[in-house]
Design a protein around this ligand. Structure first.
Ligand code: DGL
Length: 256
């Protein structure tokens, strides 16, 4: 059995990174759609088409299960892709329920891409679990661009976050939901701005749990193959680039 994981770019490495910790003997294919990132600033039609192509790519590679390690792609395309293809598809969505269940009666701020924030899927999710109207959301599209450039804790990142978050009264909030997989790289930068009582919540653990439930009866040995928009990544420099992201994700996991 092979597991295909994809994202618009390097954000989904945070899901792969966690999945490999729990499933060290499984075989992964990781696909970053570097040609089309950022999805969060594209139309729904464009995203639908990219996702469709990636799923066909994954099927041709012989994967048995696909993880959409992208909240934006899930928001737009998971429903349609599940009706179109027989292959099991695990999606991810901002962990609103987890934040409310874990931290109780206090406000929650969801940070995500513009497409996710505007999407019906998030609105239904909030409607279902946010009976007391505790959930706010904001799009932070520039973080995706910063992450793709490996710019994680520059003055520009700091200024951007200060500017975007300055109107929130964080004393009323319990947590911030990282509703875009690219945002996991910025936990230290968020930390500099947010008061200490604010917790980070992301959907990675939940997504990997779904994957584990699915594959628990299979045993596979292996490594990861990386693809950039259909091109296998073999170039040393590019593989080093991916390693840099994975190393940073190790550091980010330690930040609570
Ligand atoms: N990493 C993606 C997500 O989780 C999308 C980032 C983008 O391409 O805009 O939403």
């Amino acid at each position: 059995m092979k597991i295909g994981i994809f994202d618009s770019g390097i954000g989904g490495l945070s899901v792969l990174h966690l999945a490999r910790r729990y499933l060290p003997n499984d075989y992964f294919i990781y696909y970053a759609d570097e040609k089309h990132v950022p999805y969060g600033e594209k139309t729904k039609e464009e995203i639908m088409q990219y996702v469709d192509e990636i799923i066909q790519f994954m099927i041709n590679k012989g994967v048995d299960v696909i993880v959409i390690a992208c909240n934006t792609a899930t928001s737009v395309a998971v429903k349609k892709m599940r009706t179109k293809y027989n292959i099991p598809i695990i999606g991810m969505e901002p962990a609103v329920k987890k934040a409310i269940d874990t931290y109780g009666y206090a406000k929650v701020l969801v940070v995500a891409t513009p497409v996710t924030v505007k999407g019906e899927k998030l609105h239904y999710l909030i409607e279902r679990f946010d009976k007391d109207h505790l959930v706010d959301n904001i799009a932070l599209p520039k973080l995706v661009r910063f992450a793709e450039k490996q710019e994680f804790d520059s003055q520009e990142v700091y200024n951007y976050l200060v500017q975007q978050l300055s109107s929130y009264h964080f004393e009323n909030y319990s947590s911030i939901v990282l509703g875009c997989t690219h945002f996991n790289y910025f936990k230290d930068s968020f930390r500099k701005i947010l008061p200490h009582h604010i917790h980070f919540v992301d959907g990675n653990e939940g997504t990997v749990n779904h994957l584990m439930q699915y594959i628990k009866s299979h045993e596979i040995q292996g490594d990861v193959e990386y693809y950039y928009s259909g091109e296998k990544v073999t170039d040393e420099k590019q593989l080093e680039r991916i390693e840099t992201y994975l190393t940073r994700l190790d550091q980010m996991l330690r930040i609570k």
